[in-house]
Design a protein around this ligand. Structure first.
Ligand SMILES: Nc1nc2c(c(=O)[nH]1)N[C@H]1C(S)=C(S)[C@@H](COP(=O)(O)OP(=O)(O)OC[C@H]3O[C@@H](n4cnc5c(N)ncnc54)[C@H](O)[C@@H]3O)O[C@H]1N2
Ligand code: MOO
Length: 403
């Protein structure tokens, strides 16, 4: 079977999946990482009134010449406006956030005046409008603040609160089932018999899914027994929108997952031209989508990040910007054979005014310790060969799921 280029594999999956429709209202404290089901427009003006940006004195700039003495007409505190008219030649004591008194146009910081018994004396003349926050300078009514399909960040949630919304309509949370398979695997916390290793993939996957804001259904660590795997696949297809498995998609005798999936569902199996992550299965089990990831731990994480993530985001209704890609100078040679795109684990930093990158740790797809030191992939094109020190390479900073 010929290998499919990475972008073709992503495009093929994206063209098949349709976003969720169902929506729900959630309170702001539950809204982080949820995807907006509708555009959000402001119904109010923010700030709603002209107010002071500083603790100081509000005055009329036309009367504010240096050295002039301005008697105090009263006080405006945040939440307690100064009522009435300020007589000519007077000022009002004001605190940050307080309503600017009627007729006054400028605020002078208290550090810029001399306070005397008879009033304040200006050290220099202020600019008209200085330290005044104008009504509507943040948000005007009707303004589009956040678009449908936007994933809510912490700052977005503050923005929603600032226009007075207590709840927001979001798309239903995607439900993703996960299991790992392998008679050689043992759950962390257990003792390790000879010839065994700990199941790490299910933990990497669940952590990445948590960052994506989806609901996770953990179907556990399964032995290489077709019946156990069959039951887990059936449960996932009943209860979840997506099933993600690790291992069992290659060509070994005990690679049952792939066989069972083609029996129970409609499975496309591809060899994707990427390293790590060559064997990869995608398909459907009724209304449940399925991703079969290769078992090697770095291949699991990389295929989840690079191939599955865009599809999950689309299913969740998210309109996602392209991940950031930068150019950096390789400070050391990089091994590469043509035929597959490499996603080497690298560490990049700014040095001598340029971005520099080097591969970290062993690059085997079974070695997680190198990946744990990395902050980016060094993405080497499919047909590219060895990279010499000083050559420019593309890097993909780890984005959201892996850091
Ligand atoms: N003859 C061939 N052999 C292999 C090929 C191939 O094309 N022809 N591809 C290799 C590549 S590349 C990968 S990746 C693996 C993928 O194999 P599977 O997805 O079937 O996974 P397994 O063989 O079961 O396991 C691979 C490796 O990963 C370890 N593993 C599995 N699950 C976990 C887990 N949950 N946590 C930690 N480590 C796990 C497992 O012990 C194996 O060492 O196939 C190659 N072989
Ligand atoms: O997916 Mo494998 O190397 O490409 O580990």
């Amino acid at each position: 079977m010929s290998m499919m280029p990475v972008q073709d594999a992503i495009d093929a999956m994206l063209s098949q999946v349709m976003p969720l429709h169902a929506t729900e209202a959630v309170g702001l404290t539950q809204a982080l990482d949820r995807v907006l089901a509708q555009d959000v427009r402001a119904e109010i003006t923010v700030p709603a009134f002209d107010n002071s940006a500083m603790d100081g004195y509000a005055l009329r700039s036309a009367e504010a010449t240096a050295d002039r003495l301005l008697p105090l007409a009263g006080t405006a505190l945040a939440g307690h406006a100064f009522e009435g008219v300020t007589p000519a030649g007077h000022c009002v004591r004001i605190t940050t956030g307080a309503v600017l008194p009627e007729g006054l146009d400028t605020v002078v910081m208290q550090e810029q005046v001399q306070q005397t018994e008879a009033g304040i004396r200006l050290l220099h003349a202020p600019k008209t409008g200085e330290h005044v926050r104008r009504a509507g300078e943040d948000i005007a009514p009707g303004q589009l603040l956040l678009a449908k399909g936007h994933r809510l960040s912490a700052v977005d949630i503050g923005l929603l609160a600032s226009i007075g919304l207590a709840e927001i309509a979001v798309l239903r949370r995607l439900k993703v089932a996960v299991f790992s398979t392998g008679d050689e695997l043992v759950a962390p916390g257990q003792s390790l018999p000879a010839g065994h290793l700990y199941d790490s993939n299910r933990y990497v996957l669940q952590a990445m899914l948590q960052r994506l804001g989806v609901a996770v259904l953990d179907l556990g660590l399964l032995p290489d027994k077709p019946e156990a795997i069959r039951q887990a696949i059936l449960r996932a297809s009943d209860e979840a929108d997506v099933l993600i498995t690790s291992a069992g998609v290659s060509v070994g005798e005990a690679d049952y997952t792939r066989q069972l999936l083609s029996e129970l569902g409609d499975i496309g199996f591809w060899k994707v031209a990427m390293k790590p992550g060559k064997p990869f299965a995608f398909g459907s089990l009724g209304s449940c989508w399925f991703f079969g990831l290769p078992g090697n731990p770095v291949a699991t994480a990389a295929t989840m990040d690079l191939l599955v993530q865009p599809v999950l985001r689309r299913l969740a209704g998210e309109k996602r910007p392209q991940p950031e890609s930068l150019q950096a100078i390789a400070t050391e040679p990089l091994k590469k054979s043509p035929g597959r795109a490499d996603f080497q684990r690298g560490y990049y930093q700014q040095q001598n005014g340029q971005l520099q990158v080097q591969a970290v740790g062993k690059q085997s797809s079974a070695v997680l310790s190198g990946a744990a030191k990395a902050n980016c992939y060094i993405a080497l094109e499919q047909e590219r060969g060895q990279v010499a020190a000083g050559e420019s390479v593309q890097i993909l900073p780890f984005y959201q799921l892996l850091r």
